[in-house]
Design a protein around this ligand. Sequence first.
Ligand code: TMP
Length: 406
Amino acid sequence: MYSPHTYCRACGYAKPGANGIKSATTEKLVEVFDLGIQPLANDFHRPESDSAGYAPLKVIFCPRCSLAQLSVVVKPEILYRNYAYVTSPSTMMKSHFERLIHDIRDETGGNRVLEIGSNDGRLLSMMKEAGYSVTGVDPAENLAMEANSKGIETKTGFFGEELAGNLSQYDIVIARHVFCHVDNWVDFVKGLESVSHFDTLILIEAPYVGNTLKHCEFDQVYHEHLSYLNIQAISMLLENTCLRIHRVIEYPIHGGAICIMLRHKNCDIPSNPIINEHFTVQDWKKFSLKAHDQIGKLSARVENLIATGKTVAGLGASAKSTVWINACKFTRKHISFIADTTSQKQYTLSPGSDIPITDEGAILRELPDYVIMFAWNYREEILKKFTKAKSMGVRFIIPVPELEIV
Ligand code: TMP
């Protein structure tokens, strides 16, 4: 189901020699955060089907380029062939896409777009409406089918050098929240080189490790997120390629993301200054202590509520919810249901805990005393939506960045 990951996928630190034998140096990635053995975060399964299983969830750190990465790689076929995560239809996501399109327009007048990890085609639909010619690639057969049915041409497959060989060249290549899911970065970058020309603008958007560390967003750590992106690592990865970092933009989406724009080294548009960053093993060790403290606090609070006869539900069956629930060892005894807008997730069970997922209306129907907002990254939007539930006495527990009850 998974294989060990022992060397840095960005700079090659601790990589075994050509014949697979470890070099004589004592290079080793450093263990910085451990959540033990955990279920796969998006394995929302029907009661009648088995769960996909469990794997270690441990972060190791590269002392050379500061890239934090997971110690194992779960087989991508298990994670993505039938994928439960659908791009959020939230207003926050819609405004993010509007801003992204605006920022792309600012950079290039190009028209031909390739999106890697295009999910159900939500961004590409907006780009198509804005006049772009669009193509998507996604490994999830269920989502590619949905996108194609909406008129967004989507190919099924894992992007890399081989798949790129069957594609043409594009003016704009977008990889949102997919680079951090990829194991073989060298192969992925070869694919990017192959689908781009001298003037192509490439956008890599991912959660930014600076935000993950600063706000202790430990729920970003799950098996799909193989790497926790920092700019220095990407810069070292690109050293022997024809690509360079052109510009870095920070966005508030998904708890704080960066968009790293790449251009060809011999494109004459100059690069912008990039964020000055420095991450250390100590930063991660502090993060680990704080994360375990946060887990203890939420766990104690919920145990206490249950002991005093209160009812607790969850909102947002996000991958983050699975991380929290299993870290806190919550079961149905603690959380009676998790409400979510995604139809594919409704009537399934939360991985590891088997807490049932319901539609969002369950909050008003059941009126639990407390609702844990696992989709805390859409906080304001959700609080606004549930004004009525709040006026009827429902209180929201927001776990990130600090435990808060509103
Ligand atoms: P994400 O943070 O990975 O986008 O996941 C958020 C999850 O929360 C996703 O399954 C959709 C769900 N959600 C709701 O159920 N209601 C909402 O209002 C929002 C914004 C998200």
